[in-house]
Each structure stands twice: as C-alpha cells, then as structure tokens.
Write a protein of this length. Sequence first.
Length: 297
Amino acid sequence: MERHREESSEIPKEIKVKAEKELKELRNELARLRQLKKEKEQLETEATQKQIIKQEEIKTTELDYIEDQFDKLEEILSSKRGEIDNKVYQQHADQIEADLQSLEEEIIGEKGLIEKKLTAYDNLLDAYPWLEEERKKFMYTMPDKNKAKMDYISWKTEWAKVLFDYVRFAVLHIIYTRELITHKPFSSFTQREHYIIEIAEQLISQNQAKWLSKKKDKLRVYWKTLDVWSDEIYNWAYENGKIEPIMIYELREAKQEDFSSLPLEDLEEIFKILAKNRKAKVMKLENGQMAFKIKLE
C-alpha cells in the first residue's frame, strides 16, 4: 500500500517529459541571450576605442543569477513530491521566461543605441571625409572672427552642418556640450566647449536648434519638425493597430523608433498637433498624464 501511494505521488511521465522539453528550450534561450550579450560587448569595446561612448556609459547585464533558477527547476523536476512540485516548477519556469524576455529587450535596446552611435560616426565620415584628413587639421581651430571674418563664417557654417548631421545620425534630440566635447570629432577641437557654443549659435540662427539652459550647456536640435514627428507617430500607431489610448510610456517603449527618445514637452506638443490635424483625440488621465487615441482615416 505504501509503495502504491509513493508511486502515485510521482510527477506523471508526460508532465515530466513536457517539463524537460520546456527546460531545454529555456536553456537554449539563455544561450542565445549570452551570444547577444557578447555581440553587445564587442560593439561597446569598438565604441569606446573610437571614443564614441565612455566606459561609464556602459550598462552591465548580469545573466548568472538565472543559472540558479535553472538549478532549482532541475531539482524540482527530479523530486518525487507530486503535483505541488509541478506547480512550483511552472511558477519558476514562467518567471525565468519573463526574465529572459525582459533582459533580451534590454540588451537589444542598448545594442541598437550603440550601433546607432557607431553608425553615426561612420555616416559622418562618409558625408565629411575631411574630418580625418591630415590636410584639413586646420578645421579643428576656429579662425579669428575679427581678423578673418569670412573664414570664420565659413568655418562656423560647415561645422554647423557636421553637428546637425551628427545629431541626426546618432538619433539624438538633446545634446550636452560637456558630453559632446568628449566624443569624436568634437574632442579634437583646440578650444572644445567654446567652439561647440559658437557652432550651436549658428544652428540657432538657422532655426534648427535652441538652448534649453541659460548656461548654454544643453541644446535641443530639431533635425525633424514636430509636424513630421506627428505624422510618424500617427503612422506607427495606425500600422500597429493601436486603437486604445496611447500613453507616453508606450512611445518610450518603442525603442526601435526614433521618436521614442523625444523630450516630454515635444511629445505633448505633438499630441496637440495630432488633435489639431484631426488625426487623434487628446485626453488627460486622472494622474495628470496625457494620452491620445488615433482617429482611423
């Protein structure tokens, strides 16, 4: 009788086979994630060597703790305590799967940003090959605005194009002068912070940027108008079937879209543009946040 009771309490064979298959699939997912992490780290190394990102900007993704979770699953799977263990197993498996998915999204998002920054500098060199030409080293020193006014204007205009395209290629909306001067090609300026301010003023005079601080250390660059952004956000919502109210955090989570990092005040202004163009209804939620619901054309 005791033997019969013990056998009946064991996890049924079909459930155990299913659990073993699921565990194997989860381990394969972890292996794929480790490879993705390795690719991200290789990109980070390249980016730091090229002075495109700083070491302190790199975010470490830890995967080792998931191994402990796998060990717990295997322990549960090999136990003989019956159906209750199967429930515990499923809880652990679901948690591991959720963790793996969350980490994958995190790694892909960071990897994408690094790729954009690396590609940004490559694109910049394609557009302005003189940036690394020996004969053009003089471009990293600003001409005297009083003694050589035309050279100064020409220099400032050319560098304004470079800065504008750098921000566009890197998919940046706000730049900080103290950070920018640590990145190529601006790190090669003889008077870095002063030069960046001069170039920024040129973009402002062309209605392509504005200062966000009195200290002139924070600049908003408009490489697309808010009207263009409103069209892109509407098309994204339409193509993804977003018929329910869309909140700002949902736009932030669309990491692969360039609008995901737009400043909050710009997004709120874009909502108003969508409402004005009768493409969406804007609403204010109980917590004070804004949302919009697109109107299907």
